[in-house]
Design a protein. Sequence first.
Length: 328
Amino acid sequence: MESHGFDELDRQLLHALEVDARASFSRIASVLRVSDQTVARRFRRLCTEGQVRVVGVRDHVVHGQESWMLRLRCTPDSSDTIARALARRSDTAWIALTSGGTEIGCMTRARTRGEHEELLLGKLPRTPRIVEIRAYQLLHRFYGGPEGWLRKSDALAPDQAEALRPRYEADGSARITPDDEPLVAALERDGRATFAELQKATGRSESALRRRLDALQASGALFVDVQFDSERIGHTSAALLWITAAPSALATVGAALATHPEVAFASAAAGPCNVLAVVLNRDTEALYTYLSEKIGRLEGVQHVECTPVLRRVKQLTYEEGKGGRGLS
């Protein structure tokens, strides 16, 4: 990855945070061989100037919750308004305007089947200026979630990444319960919140919080993610790929996509196509090269449709007015 706004140390720090987003500045500094003050100063600048956020994220896969990708074709004058209305809903996660602004890509993560049906069968069909609705149920994640795109950058050497990798003592069976909600909500606001801040938000002791957070992270029920603007890394072209693969090649195509440096997310799907991917490239020429030289030569791929992302509207489930009911 070439830098476009972030220098080498910035990219190393971002990669380090992706390995362990709650690692102390002193621990990161020792691995990067710089001072604690340098790491702290760089982190503050990345947050204030680089649109970097460190946030706790619930992994819907671990909790067995359904996830869908919706593809909504709209009249050009309405797509932004509809996308923002969807962003106000607590059951939507990733939303982007695509295809020159005539389509919306929207991922939903409803906690119950009723929530999904209320949106897909109730709200959307009655929304004016939505011309077509396609729904894809995500069946199996090949890449994404706790596996962040930055780890493909090789900003850190393998031994550096290994030195930062957290070691959990819990057994990996924990799931988020109602008692965990204050803790999770605090981490959703700030994934690097101190234990003093978490104590204030939850009323629990530091030792209890450490044990519970360790258990949730060990199980993957909760992970702490690094959100950033990929254009600052020098990748100005983002696109959604709607891939049809031969059923016998579905697993091998997904496994191959997971290894591609361009792929930030990939999943098997049920719907008009059976593989979805989000790809990031330096520019449109690099996107062309990726499609022709990698996707085009991938055995088992029968058809590919590419929709460039014009603008990302929402990235996280709880962005934009948590608990809102957009499209009312």
